[in-house]
Design a protein around this ligand. Sequence first.
Ligand code: HMG
Ligand code: MG
Length: 302
Amino acid sequence: MVEVGPRDGLQNEPEAVATPAKRELIARLAAAGLRRIEVTSFVSPKWIPQLADADALAASLPAHPGVTYSALVPNERGYARFRAAGGATVAATFISASETHNRKNVNCSVAEQLERMRPVLERAAVDGVPVRAYVSTVCGCPYEGAVAVGAVVKLARALLDGGASEISLGDTIGVGHPAQVRDLVHAVAAEMPLERIALHLHDTYGRALANVQAGFEAGIRSFDAAVGGLGGCPYAPGASGNVATEDVVALFEREGVETGVDLAALVDAAAWLEHEVLKRPLPGRVYRAESGRRARERGEST
Ligand code: HMG
Ligand code: MG
């Protein structure tokens, strides 16, 4: 499990969450057993003001043995900030498979973004920093509609050849369906080992969990998810949250697949986030069911 709530989730909240609350959320997620947590983005604070505290947050992350923190890095400037801040040890670059979303998201063409990523990958190789590379809009683009599988495969291959350690395939707007995810995984896996591929699935149409299952059956073992089902890309209109981490953990638990995550602790972290920080209902299904069940056990009507 790669927990992306503090980054993908909080980048999409209407108000910036205070730095100490972000730190506590990360500590609660680590305590629940999540071992890979994406904490923030070293992007322009004008573009994503919710994560403008990236430098201060990364410099003060809770120390937790065995936990690896990653952060988004769009360009060399972001990489320099990431290195100066410390804390996060994995850089996560990103690019879209469709031109228009890439332009809206990072203000340049796909070819230009590949050029911006090149020096980041080179410097990371020298520094011994692993780079996770997102390819977005793999199942469809909010502006262009269908996206060719070939475009995704080509980018994934180029990023792996450039030194990325893992390629995370992003269904940014949640339009994918199980057969599509399976075919996509097979197409990318023809170019690289399955262990190098992760899935990053948003849940706009309620299919993210089915897509996780399809990805698992196709051999994927690395899944991005956000606590409570938070998230969305501010430059992808209509996109909703990521698949909820609790929903994926609960599904795998039932299927006998070990995730290392304590579901009850994760539900508690989501409840804390809902009641103490965001003060609005979270979309995650298992979280809603579990918090309702617990309230009934306490004799509260829900
Ligand atoms: P730009 O405007 O094209 O860049 O932004 P620029 O080089 O022309 O610089 C313009 C200004 O930004 C300058 O400041 C730079 O100094 C500054 P000004 O002179 O105007 O004051 N700047 C920076 N400041 C801080 N950190 C930096 C940095 N770089 C430039 N690293 C840029 C290009 C990429 C920076 C901008 O477009 C940006 O920040 N975009 C944000 C994109 C973003 O964070 N989107 C959401 C995350 S992606 C996502 O959610 C998808 C994902 O989850 C997977 C999926 O779901 O598919 C990963
Ligand atoms: Mg995303």
